[in-house]
Design a protein around this ligand. Structure first.
Ligand SMILES: *[C@@H]1O[C@H](CO)[C@@H](O)[C@H](O)[C@H]1NC(C)=O
Ligand SMILES: *[C@@H]1O[C@H](CO)[C@@H](O)[C@H](O)[C@H]1NC(C)=O
Ligand SMILES: *[C@@H]1O[C@H](CO)[C@@H](O)[C@H](O)[C@H]1NC(C)=O
Ligand SMILES: *[C@@H]1O[C@H](CO)[C@@H](O)[C@H](O)[C@H]1NC(C)=O
Ligand SMILES: *[C@@H]1O[C@H](CO)[C@@H](O)[C@H](O)[C@H]1NC(C)=O
Length: 248
């Protein structure tokens, strides 16, 4: 009740302010909750990490856009799972005969389960961004496992999902080239999100395909299988034929 009243108030003030540019605050959760409240991204109750106060308004604006893109990309994935099931060629390619219950559950959990305590911060608190210039777009904090540092290089190197298929195929650039998919991957480093179940067991493309074909129990537990599945489904949904590239 409280929530819908707040939404109406936001809506009313936007309408009455006519063409005035909306001003975004720096609080990811609050902003995004109202932005996605109309189910435009295919999820009814997405949750978001908190952005620490060290994320300034510029950082927060870029992160909020990327978080919205995470919803968009994962909504295409969920839609495909619901419509085409486990016999789908895209499903088989990345998850083999792994359980679709697991895959559906992982998407639901990552998007809609509570992210209480999950924090993104924009200060280079451990100095790892500075120590890995042009390489670290962010990192999980092993000593404070609910926290993720987003480095400035994230904003410089990660691309909007709308540019998929523009700079090269998915296999060449990798799915984490896209900001929305990269943030999805960052959730999976956080214990309350990966539940010690999904992890980075393999990252080389031939290993991912090997999992799908020969070890599907681990295909549905491996982070990169999810990232490739999302990019593959998304690109083929918006570009005829998609742009996966050659799976040698
Ligand atoms: C963001 O908003 C929530 C809910 O209004 C509040 O509890 C939280 O303290 C805010 N966080 C920041 C960093 O401002
Ligand atoms: C926010 O921080 C970034 C570096 O992360 C900087 O480039 C930008 O100018 C800052 N923006 C504001 C509004 O302070
Ligand atoms: C699956 O395992 C078989 C037998 O070890 C192997 O020949 C095949 O190359 C594997 N598939 C992939 C995609 O690695
Ligand atoms: C899944 O595929 C593997 C490898 O081909 C096979 O050993 C296993 O029996 C299959 N599982 C199911 C449930 O079909
Ligand atoms: C499947 O992959 C896991 C993790 O890499 C490995 O421990 C396990 O031995 C593999 N299983 C098979 C049947 O190859």
């Amino acid at each position: 009740m409280k929530f819908s009243t707040a939404c109406l108030a936001t809506f009313a003030s936007l309408t009455s302010s006519g063409m005035a540019a909306p001003v975004y605050n720096t609080n990811s959760s609050a902003e995004l909750q109202s932005a996605v409240s109309q189910e435009i991204f295919g999820w009814t109750k997405p949750t978001f990490p908190e952005l620490y106060h060290t994320c300034n308004s510029t950082n927060a604006r870029m992160l909020n856009v990327a978080l919205q893109e995470s919803l968009e990309v994962s909504a295409y994935a969920k839609d495909r799972l619901l419509k085409y099931g486990a016999d789908d060629v895209y499903y088989k390619r990345w998850f083999g005969n792994g359980s679709i219950f697991t895959v559906m559950g992982v998407f639901d959990h990552l998007v809609e389960s509570s992210k209480s305590g999950v924090l993104f911060r924009c200060d280079d608190v451990e100095g790892l961004c500075a120590a890995n210039p042009g390489y670290y777009a962010g990192h999980h904090r092993v000593s404070v496992p609910a926290e993720t540092v987003i480095c400035d290089y994230f904003y410089m190197s990660k691309k909007p999902i709308s540019s998929i298929c523009f700079e090269g195929n998915i296999i060449d650039v990798g799915p984490s080239h896209y900001a929305g998919i990269d943030l999805f991957h960052r959730y999976l480093h956080v214990p309350s999100m990966n539940l010690d179940y999904v992890g980075e067991y393999a990252e080389e493309l031939d290993e991912l395909i090997d999992y799908a074909e020969n070890n599907s129990t681990f295909a549905v537990r491996n982070t990169d299988n999810y990232l490739y599945y999302m990019a593959d489904v998304y690109s083929s949904s918006i570009v005829p034929g998609g742009c996966l590239g050659e799976l040698s």
